[in-house]
Design a protein. Structure first.
Length: 474
């Protein structure tokens, strides 16, 4: 997953076993730390995150928080807010207040020419951007979560549509999957132009054969390393294109946007169909776990079904009827093969029935247009297997280190909302809302004692939280 260089400490496919090793980023405690750490909007971590008196203790991982969030300096540059720092923002924005902010603390000891007039101009622009769309959950208990998530996404959308996963160096890349989710979140909150910029970046980065690298440098010059390309990327790109287009009413503008999206989608359709074997499935590929695989995973094929289904609408609207029909036929082929191969085992990560992971969510709405038979039961089983002290882990067999991952927690909140399971949605959103950083950002991880950890904000998590709240809105 984005920036998680420790991802290979999980079970390797060849071994079928999970070691008890914990992350070695920080010290490993013999018990959960006392609660009371200030998080989110100066809220203490919930007491329920601590073990009951007399309960047996378990070693849990301790990871650092790399930053509290991101900010915009008076010169317009994006800057990280160091861990432990609570900066002053101009009201309702991510723009640092030049009158109140200690720039030496925020800018690693540096100084800026902080003109008040320019800072207010930047703040007015960000407020105008917010006002041009909607804030899901406005007027409810999660309005602050929603508003700050939107501000973080807006701040991390770089020129040219580069939607970086985070601002810490190891996350300052564009992952096609993360960017696709953000594009959908932008579109559903009334920012279709921003969504299209994000998809335009993916179209420029896309290979001629329709495929994508695991991640890209934000300047669009290519991948930062030699990670294996990921087949799910073309599925996510097609899926996002269809959902973004769906936010536009029928008419000339929708047709023009479909034509804009058509090259991206057409290449992805052609590339996906060329990969399919006689089984109706593609070869094994890395998926959201971002490690090489020698067996096909649900996390690769389920997004391809979702993408091909959405490609039909985009291509038909753009007038490419022949390719739209090819996408429809391919979607049915891959869907049928996926259900036959993974469904009997309960839509687990691999077709042999072992290991529930978050890909179980991808066979339901808002991904597949018709939920897979048995998909809901599989999703519920995966949620139980993935449960951690605060939220969810990426998989049931993931490291038992007490760490909650907000991408999967917020993803399951969105899927729950789409299934009409509002109680589960509220439970998962509450877990995210009450464990934010000092700036209100959603971190990638939450420790067993409730402290936020790793990068903040993580744009995939922010996007899914927004989409969950949007699905809850009447």
């Amino acid at each position: 997953m984005p920036g998680d260089d420790a991802r290979t400490t999980g079970r390797r496919r060849a071994s079928r076993a999970v070691g008890p090793a914990l992350l070695a980023v920080g010290a490993i405690l013999a018990a959960v730390l006392p609660v009371g750490v200030q998080v989110g909007a100066a809220r203490p971590a919930a007491a329920a995150d601590a073990p009951a008196a007399g309960a047996p203790t378990t070693p849990y991982a301790v990871l650092p928080l790399f930053q509290e969030g991101v900010a915009i300096g008076p010169d317009g540059a994006v800057v990280a807010v160091p861990a432990g720092t609570r900066p002053a923002f101009l009201d309702g924005t991510r723009v640092l207040d030049p009158e109140l902010t200690n720039f030496g603390a925020v800018l690693d000891g540096g100084e800026v020419e902080h003109g008040t007039r320019e800072a207010h101009r930047l703040a007015d622009a960000q407020l105008a951007w917010l006002a041009a769309g909607s804030v899901p959950g406005a007027g409810g208990p999660f309005e602050d979560l929603s508003r700050t998530a939107l501000l973080d996404l807006h701040t991390l959308l770089l020129p040219g549509g580069a939607m970086v996963a985070g601002w810490e160096d190891r996350w300052r890349y564009v992952w096609p999957r993360d960017a696709a989710f953000v594009a959908v979140a932008f579109a559903r909150t009334g920012h279709v132009d921003d969504a299209l910029e994000v998809l335009d970046f993916l179209a420029r980065a896309q290979h001629d054969d329709g495929g994508f690298e695991a991640r890209y440098l934000p300047d669009g010059s290519g991948p930062p390393d030699d990670r294996t390309a990921q087949t799910d990327g073309q599925g996510w790109a097609m899926w996002a294109a269809g959902l973004v287009l769906a936010e536009l009413p029928p008419g000339p503008v929708r047709t023009v946007v479909a034509a804009r999206l058509a090259p991206l989608v057409a290449r992805a359709v052609d590339g996906t169909t060329s990969l399919l074997t006689t089984t109706g499935l593609p070869p094994a590929s890395p998926d959201y776990w971002e490690r090489d695989e020698d067996e096909l995973t649900l996390g690769t094929v389920a997004p391809l079904v979702a993408g091909l289904e959405q490609a039909v609408t985009v291509l038909a609207e753009a007038g490419d009827v022949e390719r739209a029909e090819r996408a429809r036929a391919s979607a049915l082929t891959v869907r049928t093969a996926t259900v036959e191969t993974f469904g009997a085992a309960g839509f687990t990560r691999y077709a042999d029935g072992a290991d529930h992971d978050a890909a179980a969510a991808f066979v339901l709405a808002p991904f597949w247009q018709r939920p897979a038979t048995g998909g809901r039961a599989a999703w519920l089983a995966s949620a139980e297997a993935m449960r951690r002290p605060v939220g969810l882990a990426p998989a049931g067999e993931w490291r038992q280190d007490g760490v909650t991952w907000t991408p999967q927690t917020s993803l399951y909140a969105w899927v729950a909302a789409e299934q009409g399971d509002h109680a589960r949605t509220l439970e998962l959103l509450s877990a995210i809302d009450s464990h934010r950083t000092l700036t209100g950002s959603v971190p990638e991880k939450v420790l067993a004692d409730g402290r936020p950890a790793a990068v903040a904000p993580l744009t995939w998590s922010a996007a899914c939280a927004l989409l969950a709240l949007d699905a809850l809105d009447p």
